[in-house]
Design a protein around this ligand. Structure first.
Ligand SMILES: Nc1ncnc2c1ncn2[C@@H]1O[C@H](COP(=O)(O)OP(=O)(O)OP(=O)(O)O)[C@@H](O)[C@H]1O
Length: 363
């Protein structure tokens, strides 16, 4: 096993497409890292450079102390499971699973016991004699993960490995992936655009957007101290509410209403900013006579079992609030949203950077 580090790594395609810009991070020995971001942000390019499937335009990648920039994929001892499966088509599923072990000289009995184990784990015993062309997308994906995890790699790289599976199987298999990671102790990087998957699986999350790493941290850090509006909005479902606001006479004013005491007035040196608050940190009250709060009209109240999600139309745009399972509000009701100000966030209107006491937070 080994740690993995990237130092100022760039990927530039065709001379001018910057897919990854100055990426630097370290996965500690045995750590499970998720690389999270929207489509096209550069996640797969990062993974392919770590795997050795793409050249590195600039920068350095190390496994432990060793620079691997010029090593071929086979020399890096990485286990790969990519969304596109990449199974060997002339071979049966069994032969596909045995291949990485045979090519490393494992004994026959060891091969049999390892195949038996992954076949059980990934529920693919009835597929062993089929060729990849006879598998569904979800079945091929399970075989691909099983093949990646069958040996003892230095580093496991899993790129959207569960994307073709239904929700139930996805949640089941992610638990198994995490367990195998813990058993092997392998350093793992897991690419996903699904925040729920990243949160459930990983020790730390790297959030990427537009080729740039935005923030690296555990879930708690990303949740409570997002460095910018993108990170704040990417984690959480429903996402954080954002509204334009300004400070006047010690109160925060928005088009939808006033809120007192977001932060001491003298702490906010800017007059205009974006106010962010999470739906779960928002109290919903009857509009009443109170001046304080964000006023609006209930559009939808969705029942989600343990909670209800309200969509409220305001002059600052649509906002979301989470209420208890017995939420009384109905479409057309006039309500007042009172964000829990201790848990709210302020962002620069121009750059989106988080503001802390009027200053931009360090990334
Ligand atoms: N071989 C290539 N040649 C030119 N541009 C490429 C190539 N591969 C990727 N790109 C571009 O690089 C950027 C990042 O792509 P990448 O596949 O790394 O993103 P991603 O975050 O993995 O996206 P997705 O989640 O959709 O797979 C995109 O703009 C993409 O169009």
């Amino acid at each position: 096993m080994s740690s993995l580090s990237l130092t100022d790594v760039w990927k530039i395609y065709d001379g001018d497409v910057v897919a990854v810009r100055e990426a630097s991070f370290e996965a500690r020995d045995g750590e499970f890292l998720a690389l999270l971001g929207p489509s096209g942000c550069g996640k797969s390019s990062t993974m392919r450079m770590i795997a050795g499937l793409e050249t590195i335009s600039k920068g350095e990648i190390r496994f432990g102390d060793k620079v691997v920039n010029n090593l071929k994929p086979a020399e890096r001892n990485v286990a790969l499971a990519f969304e596109s499966y990449a199974l060997y088509s002339p071979m049966t599923v069994r032969e596909n699973l045995e291949f990485p072990l045979r090519s490393r000289g494992f004994a026959g009995s060891e091969i049999n016991s390892r195949v038996e184990k992954v076949v059980q784990t990934f529920q693919i015993s009835d597929l062993l004699d089929r060729k990849p062309s006879g598998l569904s997308g979800g079945q091929a994906q399970r075989v691909s993960i099983a093949r990646a995890l069958i040996r003892d790699p230095n580093v496991m790289l899993l790129d959207e490995p569960l994307s073709h599976l239904d929700y139930r199987l996805r949640t089941e298999l992610r638990v198994k992936i995490r367990r195998i990671h813990d058993e092997l102790g392998a350093t793992t990087v897991y690419v996903t655009h699904d925040q729920e998957e990243a949160v459930a699986l990983s020790d730390r999350i790297i959030v990427m957007n537009h080729a740039i790493i935005q923030q690296i941290g555990d879930v708690e850090a990303l949740w409570t101290t997002p460095v910018n509006r993108f990170v704040a909005g990417f984690l959480g479902d429903p996402a954080m509410n954002f509204i334009d606001a300004q400070y006047t006479d010690g109160k925060m004013e928005t088009a939808a209403g006033k809120i007192s005491a977001v932060a001491p007035a003298d702490a906010v040196t800017r007059t205009e900013f974006v106010f962010g608050f999470r739906p779960e940190d928002t109290e919903v009250q009857s509009a009443g006579e109170h001046e304080d709060g964000l006023h609006g009209e209930v559009m939808v109240n969705e029942f989600h079992g343990e909670r209800c999600v309200l969509t409220i139309k305001t002059t600052s745009g649509q906002l979301k609030a989470i209420d208890g399972r017995a939420s009384p509000w109905r479409p057309g009701d006039l309500v007042r949203l009172v964000p829990e100000t201790g848990k709210s966030h302020l962002f620069c209107s121009k750059t989106g950077a988080a503001l802390q006491h009027g200053k931009e937070a360090a990334a």
